[in-house]
Ligand binder design. Structure first.
Ligand code: CTP
Length: 473
């Protein structure tokens, strides 16, 4: 037996499975992702077991053997059962033969052999099985040379790729996702079938699509998947706002950079710094406003005026369509997108205390994430430029720290509240109350008065007097 297999089958659960299957007189295999990950040295506790017979019967017998240590769940409708034992989750199912209806991802299922079951799987590296019955314990069943594909780092479908993808088009995205996570190449026929079957994505739910996209975004180098999505024409279907950023236009000898390629670089840069999924999404969306705002000006060349604000406005539509959460996660992405140019813009003028205070006030606790995006956004090939921008951001960071320590304006609330203003002057909620509050806030951010209660209260009286408002008697 292969030494790696032997090591990984040491856990007592495999011996129990082996004995149970032999007692029932059925063939039993561990299959799919667990086997793939064993050879990739990514040990996993999610174990898929296929039995040539009933998965539910096997699970019930295993539960009897394990007693109270194990928890059994049976899913009669799907013909599957799950055992949880310690930190292991074992999913048991009978070997199946599947045929598909063109309009649904739900197959018509019949009992089948191991071979039928392996034929219906998505990729050769996911179709390997290891036999658990005692007489053949640890034998690898690899009819499609999955081991070789692992060795040469190739994603390939076991059958004609058009059949595999058309049967279940979610696999189109799984293919790109595995290529990204594992940094494998996609075999040519499999690759060509991706775009050929792209229209079939229409029967996949947005939730499933997003699940795969999130996995791509969380990979070490998301650009691998994003670029594959673009090249295969899938991005145009899923996220047209991004695929439109592709390309360079030249007018009067003046070109602009390929914003899509720039964006990919920014996403990879941020992925090297953070595992925050939403910051990675914010990096992907940071320049989406550049397509609708692109103009050519005879004097200035290409401009993308207010692209950050337009980008911010585009995000709810995208989130809604993608069934992303339309809550504080969305607002976070919007905030990062809208503010993404501020730290760099700061240095183009002078880094005044007031500008830094405003930035801190607007970014709040997300200031660190915003700075990470700004740093990731520096992708120029001109070394001199990169050096200058990087140095500028170091200065902004130092200044931010300085002001933060001095003024505490992050998440700042003016020290005099609207209630206090209403109370002092006997006012109901009205425009004037807002105006007084705003004057105090602006004065603090501009450094005209310190961020302290007494100074704020004094300014409250002065501002009210100018508006002709007198204190309540
Ligand atoms: N599978 C398939 N087609 C799908 C989904 C899954 O053929 N659309 C098969 C593959 O053999 C896969 C196994 O079912 O290995 C288990 O699927 P799943 O748990 O979703 O994926 P894993 O391969 O284990 O990988 P990951 O956990 O990274 O999603």
């Amino acid at each position: 037996m292969n030494a790696e297999i032997q090591d990984n089958l040491q856990a007592p659960i495999f011996r129990h499975l082996s004995e149970t299957a032999d007692e029932l007189g059925v063939e039993c295999y561990v299959i799919g992702g667990w086997v793939r990950d064993l050879f990739l040295h990514r040990p996993s506790n999610d174990i898929d077991v296929v039995v040539v017979g009933s998965g539910i019967v096997l699970a019930q017998a295993l539960k009897d053997k394990l007693g109270k240590k194990a928890h059994l769940s049976v899913f009669k409708n799907f013909g599957t059962a799950q055992i949880k034992s310690g930190d292991m989750e074992i999913e048991m199912v009978g070997a199946r033969k599947e045929s598909y209806d063109r309009n649904s991802r739900k197959p018509i299922v019949e009992d089948g052999t191991l071979e039928d079951d392996q034929n219906r799987r998505d990729f050769t590296i996911n179709a390997m099985a290891i036999r658990l019955n005692k007489a053949h314990f640890g034998e690898l069943v690899d009819p499609f040379q999955g081991m070789q594909d692992l060795k040469y780092r190739i994603i390939r479908t076991p059958l004609d790729p058009s059949i595999t993808f058309s049967d279940d088009p979610l696999r189109i995205l799984r293919c790109i996702r595995f290529a990204t996570q594992l940094q494998f190449n996609i075999e040519e026929r499999t690759y060509n079938a991706l775009s050929k079957n792209k229209e079939r994505l229409s029967i996949v739910s947005p939730e499933r699509i997003v699940e795969e996209l999130n996995k791509i975004m969380m990979a070490k180098k998301p650009s691998i998947g994003l670029s594959l999505l673009e090249k295969t024409g899938l991005l145009e279907i899923i996220l047209p706002e991004l695929s439109r950023l592709k390309g360079v236009e030249v007018r009067n000898g003046k070109g602009h950079k390929d914003i899509f390629l720039h964006t990919l670089q920014v996403v990879d840069n941020i992925a090297a710094k953070t595992d925050n999924l939403w910051l990675r999404w914010a990096a992907l969306f940071h320049d989406i406003g550049k397509f609708p705002t692109k103009r050519f000006d005879e004097k200035l060349g290409w401009t993308f005026h207010n692209h950050n604000f337009i980008g911010e406005k585009m995000i709810p539509g995208i989130f809604k369509r993608m069934r992303f959460p339309m809550n504080e996660k969305m607002r976070y992405v919007q905030k990062i997108v809208t503010l993404h140019m501020r730290p760099i813009a700061l240095v183009e003028e002078e880094i005044t205390d007031s500008a830094i205070r405003r930035l801190l006030f607007e970014a709040g606790d997300d200031i660190e994430d915003l700075m990470l995006l700004c740093e990731a956004d520096i992708t120029s090939r001109n070394e001199e430029k990169v050096k200058r921008y990087t140095q500028n951001l170091i200065e902004v960071r130092a200044k931010l720290k300085d002001i933060e320590q001095k003024d505490h304006v992050r998440n700042f609330q003016p020290p005099v509240s609207g209630n206090e203003i209403m109370e002092t002057f006997g006012l109901a909620p009205c425009h004037e109350v807002g105006a007084i509050k705003m004057t105090i806030k602006e004065a603090i951010l501009d450094g005209i008065i310190p961020n302290e209660y007494e100074a704020a209260r004094k300014l409250m009286f002065e501002t009210a007097a100018k508006l002709g408002i007198t204190p309540k008697k």
